[in-house]
Design a protein. Structure first.
Length: 71
């Protein structure tokens, strides 16, 4: 899943640690999401989007491979 989290976080002037505190996860979790190494739960994605004042679709984007049932 692609995401614009790093861009949106920068627009809001938040560090990874500040965003992590706001959504109650570790800074490492935010880093992993930004790097595409971890896909957040729907609840975490919604929390992030609420902080960013964006919709899910504005921050996260499904890729073709996300639909692949062999993963």
């Amino acid at each position: 899943m692609k995401n614009r989290l790093k861009i949106e976080r920068a627009i809001h002037g938040l560090t990874q640690s500040e965003l992590a505190d706001k959504v109650q996860v570790s800074r490492q979790t935010i880093h992993s999401i930004e790097q595409g190494k971890y896909n957040p739960s729907i609840i975490l994605a919604l929390k992030i989007c609420e902080v960013m004042e964006k919709t899910i679709e504005e921050v996260f984007e499904l890729e073709r491979s996300d639909w692949d049932s062999t993963k």
